[in-house]
Design a protein around this ligand. Structure first.
Ligand SMILES: *[C@@H]1O[C@H](CO)[C@@H](O)[C@H](O)[C@H]1NC(C)=O
Ligand SMILES: *[C@@H]1O[C@H](CO)[C@@H](O)[C@H](O)[C@H]1NC(C)=O
Ligand SMILES: *[C@@H]1O[C@H](CO)[C@@H](O)[C@H](O)[C@H]1NC(C)=O
Ligand SMILES: *[C@@H]1O[C@H](CO)[C@@H](O)[C@H](O)[C@H]1NC(C)=O
Ligand SMILES: *[C@@H]1O[C@H](CO)[C@@H](O)[C@H](O)[C@H]1NC(C)=O
Ligand SMILES: *[C@@H]1O[C@H](CO)[C@@H](O)[C@H](O)[C@H]1NC(C)=O
Ligand SMILES: *[C@@H]1O[C@H](CO)[C@@H](O)[C@H](O)[C@H]1NC(C)=O
Ligand SMILES: *[C@@H]1O[C@H](CO)[C@@H](O)[C@H](O)[C@H]1NC(C)=O
Ligand SMILES: *[C@@H]1O[C@H](CO)[C@@H](O)[C@H](O)[C@H]1NC(C)=O
Ligand SMILES: *[C@@H]1O[C@H](CO)[C@@H](O)[C@H](O)[C@H]1NC(C)=O
Ligand SMILES: *[C@@H]1O[C@H](CO)[C@@H](O)[C@H](O)[C@H]1NC(C)=O
Ligand SMILES: *[C@@H]1O[C@H](CO)[C@@H](O)[C@H](O)[C@H]1NC(C)=O
Length: 679
């Protein structure tokens, strides 16, 4: 994560001239006498001047630099202010001023300094006010960026310098609030303006669209609002990168977007935009990335002729209200690597034309009214590079194809066909997906046993086949899944490859690798019978194990206490008997535990995480007693407690895992979580 600098304040930028000014507030002044080191730094500054404006007279005559002209010292002989405005100074601003560790105000305005503003000053740990306006400075300001934690700079006045080439301004990852300042229209040389991840509010000022030089405009993740439909974009004809994601914009994307012929990236995700996509978007023929996820867009995608966007690589339109079918023109984007259309109101069937999209790596169209899963899988098998396929909540009540001719998806690492109420068995063709890491088949009506080939999938680490009608016993093959037995990363080199498409957590961060999927096994809500096999204790890498709502009987195996990474253990609503193994107190990471509604007896173990579990974890076991929970020995009545919705709490845990320990997988989980909640 980027450090967020301590400085906070209002982004009031004064645009007195061709460049700009960041303004801010307070500072405090003190008094004292000069150190050798500080004196030396000042003399080096003096040496760098070609016209010294007579400063040496005062500066070289006394050994105490605190008495020199323009210098104010604090209590310990440290220079705290250097005020040399209007001195006729010429030359370079020496980086040695950055060595004045208590300098808080530096005013060099109205001189003839040339060159750049030293990075040492911009990233100084002490300078609060820096005024270098009215000079002949040039150079860029990209140093003013997020890498400097704790930068106290609050006022930066760089206006009215003779060179208009202050082309780059990056103030992202600060805490500036206030509006985009009036006057920005005068920054006629600004090429890049990045102010993402601040607290800037208000509307986009019209004059922003007068800065014709802008190529890169990023205002993502602020509190900006208002419409952009009336905004006169036409003038920004040089724009290559536009990121307004994560704000509160509403209204339509204006037709004038079509004038941005050089646009390569358009990010407007996570706003409140609505209306149809303007057909003029098809005129932005250089577009490579279009991210409009999570808005309120409506209408048919066919409005846009995607054939005119041959460079398109990412098209992400999830979570909108688009209707109609996938327009044929999309299929001509043969370089598309990521197509994400989940959570819309699209319908229809996949057509064979998708075979043209040979570069496709990531495809999602969950939560649509698509039909014909057999046809879809036959078509998709031609996409050799496909890595992630999320097609849940379609194909309602169709039969899961169990057809040996379904092949060719062997590069899939993530497969989600959940929530389709599919009938049939867990199909054998899945056993050919040797790269599979994550398998989601929950919320279907699949019957038959858990296949014994499951342990032949060497990378499979996240299996959710809950809420089906699976029967038979828990096969020992399941307890031999390599990825669940060992948490060694070494066995898992493929994780280090770039395996997901850039997955956008938000518009400023993206993750290219899966890093670590949590290891999870969810067999809940099925019709599994028999005992929990003792060998389950081999799955030492598991973080989450859910066997709830089955017909399992017998004891809870002692070996479960060997699953020391476990954070979630749900055995509720089975017919388990015997005592809760006291060794389970060894599971130090266990934060969710549920054995309710079984036939357990004896006393609940005490100590460890067990002191944190609520009574509901043990409810519905009349023979169970606990000194601290509301389940007493000899009490015939179980405490009536509502069983927690296990799926829901697993979600929360996975969410926490995804964004905590396994931070890097971001939006994929986002999608899984969303799909569960909407499932
Ligand atoms: C410099 O100091 C000397 C004595 O230390 C003094 O005579 C002279 O006038 C001073 N010059 C200026 C310009 O202050
Ligand atoms: C710097 O000095 C000039 C001239 O005295 C003054 O007008 C300006 O306000 C000063 N800048 C700051 C930030 O105080
Ligand atoms: C911040 O600036 C430094 C140079 O001062 C540069 O090395 C670094 O890449 C920049 N960071 C970002 C995020 O732009
Ligand atoms: C530079 O801008 C700051 C903030 O607006 C202002 O206080 C200061 O007076 C300006 N400097 C000059 C020389 O006008
Ligand atoms: C963000 O800005 C708003 C007003 O624009 C202000 O009320 C709020 O306190 C600011 N938040 C932070 C964290 O600075
Ligand atoms: C667009 O640029 C022209 C010419 O520079 C200018 O007159 C016009 O005001 C600009 N339009 C807007 C809306 O800023
Ligand atoms: C979202 O936009 C609609 C108009 O399209 C508006 O009525 C609504 O208030 C906006 N919601 C927010 C939270 O801004
Ligand atoms: C889309 O554009 C292509 C190429 O420019 C053109 O051949 C095709 O007719 C257009 N399709 C529609 C529906 O306008
Ligand atoms: C699409 O990809 C191919 C092969 O990677 C490349 O040769 C071609 O230039 C790309 N086309 C466009 C329009 O980017
Ligand atoms: C399903 O798709 C396949 C292949 O596209 C097609 O042959 C078949 O007729 C379709 N079935 C139905 C019921 O539409
Ligand atoms: C099981 O899946 C069905 C849809 O197939 C769904 O309606 C139901 O709510 C799910 N049950 C649970 C417990 O998730
Ligand atoms: C736990 O694992 C250890 C080491 O693998 C093994 O020796 C022991 O028998 C296991 N305990 C149980 C109860 O299965």
């Amino acid at each position: 994560m980027k450090p967020i600098p301590r400085s906070s304040g209002r982004l009031r930028i004064n645009f007195l001239g061709p460049a700009l000014v960041l303004l801010l507030l307070t500072f405090i002044s003190l008094v004292g006498s000069c150190t050798e080191h500080e004196k030396h730094s000042l003399l080096r500054f003096l040496t760098g001047l070609s016209q010294n404006g007579g400063l040496p007279v005062s500066w070289q005559n006394s050994t105490n630099c605190c008495t020199w002209e323009g210098i104010i010292c604090g209590t310990e002989g440290k220079v705290i202010e250097l005020l040399l405005a209007s001195r006729g100074l010429e030359g370079q601003i020496s980086p040695s001023l950055g060595e004045l560790t208590s300098l808080s105000r530096l005013n060099l305005s109205h001189n003839s300094f040339s060159g750049g503003v030293p990075a040492e000053l911009l990233s100084s740990g002490s300078i609060v006010i820096l005024d270098v306006s009215f000079n002949r400075l040039n150079g860029n300001l990209q140093e003013l960026n997020s890498s400097v934690a704790g930068r106290p700079l609050q006022v930066l006045n760089i206006s009215s310098n003779s060179s208009p080439s202050f082309g780059l301004l990056d103030v992202s990852y600060n805490r500036f609030s206030g509006n985009i300042p009036s006057g920005i229209g005068k920054c006629t040389a600004l090429r890049m303006f990045k102010a993402g991840r601040n607290n800037i509010s208000g509307a986009l000022p019209d004059e922003l669209f007068r800065v014709k030089s802008l190529k890169h405009l990023s205002l993502a993740n602020n509190g900006l609002q208002g419409t952009i439909d009336s905004a006169p974009m036409i003038n920004l004809s040089n724009l290559v990168f536009l990121d307004l994601g994560g704000n509160r914009f509403s209204g339509k994307i204006p037709d004038s977007i079509g004038q941005l012929k050089r646009l390569e990236e358009l990010h407007m995700d996570h706003n409140n935009l609505s209306g149809e996509l303007p057909s003029s978007l098809g005129y932005c023929t250089n577009l490579e990335i279009i991210i409009l996820t999570d808005n309120k867009f409506t209408g048919e995608l066919a409005k846009v002729n995607f054939s005119n966007l041959p460079n398109l690589k990412n098209l992400e339109l999830c979570k909108n209200y688009f209707t109609g079918s996938i327009p044929d023109s999309i299929y001509s984007c043969s370089n598309l690597t990521s197509l994400r259309l989940s959570f819309n109101k699209l319908h229809g069937q996949l057509t064979e034309k998708i075979e043209n999209m040979k570069a496709l790596i990531y495809l999602s169209f969950s939560y649509k009214n698509f039909k014909n899963i057999t046809g879809a899988l036959h078509i998709l098998k031609s996409l050799r590079k496909l890595n992630t396929l999320l097609i849940g909540a379609n194909f309602m009540h169709e039969a899961m194809p169990d057809d040996e001719t379904i092949a060719g998806l062997e590069n899939l690492e993530v497969l989600g066909i959940n929530g389709c109420a599919l009938t049939g068995k867990i199909p054998n063709w899945l056993s050919k997906l040797k790269q599979l890491k994550l398998l989601l088949l929950y919320n279907n009506q699949l019957s038959g046993p858990i296949p014994t080939w499951i342990n032949s999938l060497n990378f499979l680490r996240y299996v959710d086949i809950s809420n089906n009608s699976l029967t038979g016993e828990i096969p020992t093959a399941l307890t031999e899944m390599p990825m669940l037995k060992s948490d060694k990363i070494a066995a898992d080199r493929s994780d280090l490859r770039n395996f997901l498409m850039p997955v956008y957590v938000d518009s400023s961060l993206q993750y290219r690798t899966s890093i670590q999927f949590p290891r999870l096994l969810n067999l809940g809500h099925n019709k599994l019978s028999g005992v929990v096999p003792d060998q389950i204790g081999q799955l030492k890498a598991l973080l989450s194990l859910n066997l709830s709502f089955n017909n399992l009987n017998g004891d809870i195996p002692q070996s479960v206490s060997n699953l020391t990474n476990l954070m979630v253990l749900d055995l509720s609503s089975n017919h388990l008997t015997g005592a809760i193994p006291s060794a389970l107190v060894k599971l130090h990471f266990l934060s969710k535990f549920n054995v309710s509604y079984n036939d357990l007896k004896g006393s609940v173990p005490t100590g460890g995480q067990f002191s944190t579990f609520p009574s509901s974890s043990f409810a519905g076991n009349p023979k169970l007693c606990s000194p601290i929970h509301v389940v007493h020995c000899n009490s015939a009545e179980a405490t009536p407690t509502f069983p927690i919705s296990t799926i829901q709490y697993i979600d929360k845990v996975i969410f926490a895992i995804a964004f905590g320990v396994f931070f890097g997988i971001g939006a994929l989980y986002d999608q899984i979580i969303i799909s569960k909640h909407f499932g």
